[in-house]
Design a protein around this ligand. Structure first.
Ligand code: UDX
Length: 426
């Protein structure tokens, strides 16, 4: 059992702290937001994340997981200190890592001799080495350990990782860090700091490319009147390609892909390398979002103007609307003078979204559909698949549905006389 300090109680910090407590360690997690810390100590998780709250409560109760506003408290007796701080985009597209330097300066004197600092935040290539220099504690070690967990699957991904990447200059320490998360040493891959940092960016950019690629192929299916589902099945059955991340939709979003693809292209450009594929992926993603707006508009008549939007989060299973395609699509609809009535199971108020008076959030998907001229399903929540198109048909003004995730039962909606438009579906 080790004593572990986790700095940052965001999505990655909370998952890391909880999983390490579950693996038998004593964990103190710190965050500057007092309200958040109080809430966490009361057993309330400030994010929507399957199972995480339950497990977090269990270890709070046992006493091996605690939250504090003091970074020094988290660090002072810790054998391992995890940095799980956000690195948001700056105006030039690069990641802002100032907070990491600030925290290192704050904690450097407090780290106990022999402690290991683990950088989990996604940081530009070269940052971990610089952080090590700023820490400047020759009796402590620094490793890079990028995080690959998905929102909505945080606990599952943390418990069953595909691989654990450790960037380090000391193999023995790297292996020890790997052991904190798994007893299967084959999962642990040790590399240089820089390789570890790049693995994170290269993975996210590749997955984003995969999604954009299938969205382009879906557009081609529409042009040739053929079905994307068959194409995906055929292409994805090639084990070299794989079936995952081939679901067409309104484009990728969230707190990672947009930020990391942009940062990667800027980082590359700054060293004279042009990442044309990633740049094209970012452009294609914009186009894919806009193509959903066009589909919605194509079903409106000159006198109709109300759109029912089902789903605001960037994907199902989360309450996160950061860089959500749905939000951009709604913004564009509103800019074009349309009225939007939305429902999302995890977004209960629109006050933070700054959409104006022609945007409203209601309490159920059926309520959103009342008098709608077109329905747009933008996030793949189960609730939407369970809707009975016949019930919905009685509520709407016009029977038109844009299924931006190919999430609905097309036959059922067509059977209920809906003009059904999917993505790459005939
Ligand atoms: C991603 C990475 O998967 C994870 O490894 C990293 O640590 C953080 O970024 P996350 O942001 O939670 O995780 O979302 P993910 O499930 O990867 O989806 C990203 C976006 O791609 C979402 O907008 C999603 O809707 C979209 N997507 C994904 C598709 O449109 N089609 C797919 O087939 C898969």
């Amino acid at each position: 059992m080790y004593r572990i300090g986790v700095i940052g109680a965001g999505f990655v910090g909370l998952a890391t702290a909880t999983v390490l407590a579950e693996r038998g360690h004593e964990v103190i997690c710190s965050d500057v937001q007092e309200k958040r810390v109080n809430q966490l100590n009361d057993g309330q998780l400030p994010i929507v994340e399957d199972e995480l709250e339950e497990v977090m409560r269990k270890f709070l109760k046992i006493g091996t997981l605690r939250f504090t506003t003091s970074n020094l408290l988290a660090v002072s007796s810790a054998d391992y200190v995890f940095l799980c701080l956000a690195t948001p985009s700056q105006v030039d597209g690069t990641a802002n890592v100032d907070v990491l330097y600030d925290v290192i300066k704050e904690i450097r004197e407090q780290m106990k001799p022999g402690a290991v600092l683990v950088v989990k935040s996604t940081v530009p290539i070269g940052t971990t080495r610089k952080l090590r220099d700023v820490l400047s504690r020759f009796d402590c070690s620094v490793v890079s350990n990028p995080e690959f967990l998905r929102e909505g699957r945080a606990l599952f991904d943390s418990r069953s990782p595909d691989r654990i990447i450790i960037g380090a200059d000391n193999l023995a320490i790297a292996r020890e860090v790997g052991k904190l998360f798994t007893s299967n040493t084959e999962l642990v891959q040790v590399s240089s700091y820089e390789s570890a940092e790049l693995i994170k960016y290269a993975s996210n950019a590749f997955l984003a490319m995969k999604v954009s690629y299938i969205n382009d192929i879906a557009a081609l299916c529409e042009a040739f009147d053929t079905d994307i589902a068959a194409v995906v099945q055929g292409v994805g059955s090639d084990t070299r390609i794989g079936r995952e991340f081939l679901n067409p939709g309104p484009g990728w979003g969230g707190s990672c892909f947009p930020k990391d693809t942009l940062a990667l292209t800027v980082m590359a450009e700054n060293v004279g390398v042009k990442l044309e594929l990633v740049e094209a992926t970012i452009r294609a993603n914009e186009r894919h979002r806009y193509s959903i707006v066009e589909k919605i508009k194509s079903r409106l008549t000159s006198t109709s103007s109300r759109v029912a939007v089902l789903g605001l989060t960037f994907k199902a299973g989360t309450s996160d609307v950061r860089e959500s395609p749905s939000i951009e699509i709604v913004q564009e609809l509103i800019r074009q003078g349309l009225e939007v009535v939305a429902f999302d199971p995890t977004v209960r108020t629109g006050s933070d979204l700054g959409m104006g008076k022609t945007f409203r959030i209601v309490d159920s998907p059926l309520e959103a559909c009342i008098s709608a001229d077109v329905i747009a399903v933008l996030t793949e929540w189960d609730d939407f698949r369970l809707l009975d198109p016949n019930d919905v048909g009685h509520l709407v003004r016009h029977r038109a549905v844009i299924d931006a995730r190919n999430h609905l039962d097309q036959d059922a909606w067509v059977g209920a006389d809906f003009d059904y438009v999917g993505v790459g579906r005939i």
